[in-house]
Design a protein around this ligand. Structure first.
Ligand code: NAD
Length: 472
């Protein structure tokens, strides 16, 4: 494409030390060039953010929030352009891309409206104790390739409103929408407040280990999250880790099988299954297992799998070759252990397409059940006893999300209360909202994003404990 993408450093849109190809996953062909930073450019970006921090932190919050609102306005005005670029680099169907862009606008506006007021913890006998929240400094925001825009917003909204400055590093297979966002930031916020740098999975450690980075806000795999946490340890940096998941859906025996199949299908196959809180294993009561399997297989077979830019596409490609190979390997293994009732193969065409796949009759120890597949392949498992299925759902190192489907809301909610994850949705899925905290349990994360507690994560609690002097 014609657009020349540039990084944002200290208010300037700059070229990289080199460039690399960005591939459209629907064609497997390069369609744009991305600038790549080197160690010196990373240093410049951190130095710019450090330099900009005191003045930015000192501005009244209304001014900072006003600029976050202005970013939302500019993003909304260019929503169609962002959505189209998102589909080209990420692969998701255009309607889902637009949903992500508008969700990003909503997220920025939600954070622009939030405030952290000082709290008086004590006021008695001449002793006043006040807790207020101060910004941390330079935040390194590191994002993955499945939701390249909105996962930046989950960090940018709270970081900027609370007075931090930022260096953002997107994933190398989906850097372009973040670079476009950098162009908007260059128009709206003072130089150095937001910087955007790109790499090829090789420079992130320079940010996580940088002495002038106060906090790392990371979304990505659990394996990389552990490296981020280790690197942050040296400087006792603040970290937020939003990591992988292996979310279970539990379908109770009082719900309509066809309805549940539609919902579970939606929560497993949106964004071609590449969602941290996608349903990654479904447990269905034995009384409706056959009907559920039949219905969900029909939905998978009816999917329109194509280039996300084509009208009517419901499932796009897997985002990159490495992920395509990983999902294909899990599928090959699952075929030998269970019964494939829909899909089951990569699609023979250019691009990283895998037919939406349903596998039944697997044991709980099958890799497709135990590991995070992060692709359009869903195992459907049978259960008979509710306590047993809760234990099976909880038997995971992950603990991100999950869903429970049941007509008796009290019973379904009681089951949800026993699922050991950060979020459980009852009779709905993907109900992520900037005003509701989102965080992972166990190895799915540390700290969290969104909501007022998400704002807290970008601040230090500062206690001022004052006592009046007695008259001399
Ligand atoms: P990844 O861990 O491979 O990469 C994420 C980011 O980390 C990229 O920007 C990458 O360049 C960077 N990175 C790589 N090595 C690094 C290092 N040593 N130090 C610092 N940064 C480094 O993840 P991915 O494959 O891009 O994304 C998929 C994963 O993200 C899945 O596991 C998914 O569940 C998870 N995810 C989690 C959430 C959540 O909110 N919990 C949301 C979306 C995705």
């Amino acid at each position: 494409m014609d657009h020349q993408f540039r990084m944002l450093i200290d208010g300037d849109l700059v070229e990289g030390a080199s460039t690399f190809d960005v591939v459209n996953p629907a064609t497997a062909a390069s369609f744009a060039q991305c600038p790549k930073a080197d160690a010196a450019l990373i240093d410049r970006a951190v130095a710019a953010a450090k330099h900009a921090f005191p003045a930015w932190a000192a501005r009244p919050i209304e001014e900072r929030a006003g600029m976050v609102d202005a970013l939302a306005d500019k993003l909304e005005a260019r929503a169609a352009e962002f959505a189209s670029l998102l589909t080209s680099e990420q692969g998701k169907p255009l309607d889902q891309a637009m949903y992500e862009v508008m969700g990003s606008v909503f997220t920025l506006r939600a954070f622009a409206a939030m405030r952290l007021e000082p709290t008086t913890l004590r006021s008695e006998g001449g002793n006043t104790v006040i807790e207020h929240r101060t910004p941390l400094g330079v935040v390194a925001a590191i994002t993955p390739w499945n939701f390249p825009i909105i996962l930046v917003m989950n960090k940018m909204g709270p970081a900027l409103v609370t007075g931090n400055t930022m260096v953002i590093k997107p994933a190398p297979t989906t850097p372009l929408t973040t670079l476009l966002l950098g162009e908007i930031c260059a128009e709206v916020v003072p130089a150095g407040v937001v910087n955007v740098v790109c790499d090829q999975n090789d420079l992130g450690h320079l940010l996580t280990g940088h002495k002038d980075v106060a906090k790392v806000a990371f979304t990505g795999s659990t394996a990389t999250g552990k490296k981020v946490m280790a690197a942050a340890a040296a400087g006792v940096k603040r970290v937020t880790l939003e990591l992988g998941g292996n979310d279970a859906a539990i379908v109770l025996d009082d719900v309509d099988a066809k309805f549940a199949a539609q919902k579970v299908y939606g929560s497993a196959m949106a964004n071609a299954g590449q969602i941290c809180v996608a349903t990654k294993r479904a447990y269905v009561h034995e009384t409706m297992y056959e009907e559920f399997c039949t219905e969900i297989a029909k939905l998978a077979q009816a999917a329109i799998v194509d280039d996300g830019s084509k009208q009517g596409t419901t499932v796009g490609p897997v985002q990159n070759k490495m992920q395509f190979d990983k999902v294909t390997a899990l599928l090959d293994d699952a075929r030998t252990r269970g019964t494939v009732i829909a899909g089951g193969e990569p699609i023979d065409r250019p691009g990283f397409f895998i037919a939406p796949t349903i596998v039944r009759d697997l044991d709980d120890d099958a890799p497709l059940v135990r590991e995070e597949q992060f692709g359009p392949v869903l195992p459907v498992l049978k259960y008979s006893d509710i306590d047993d299925v809760i234990a099976r759902a909880n038997d995971s190192e992950m603990g991100l999300g999950g869903t429970v489907w049941g007509k008796d809301l009290a019973r379904a909610t009681a089951v949800a209360m026993q699922i050991d994850t950060g979020t459980v949705w009852v009779n709905q899925y993907l109900a992520i909202d900037a005003n509701i905290p989102f965080r992972g349990a166990k190895q799915s994360g540390l700290g969290g994003e969104l909501g007022i507690s998400g704002l807290h994560e970008y601040t230090q609690a500062h206690i001022v404990n004052a006592i009046e002097l007695a008259d001399a």
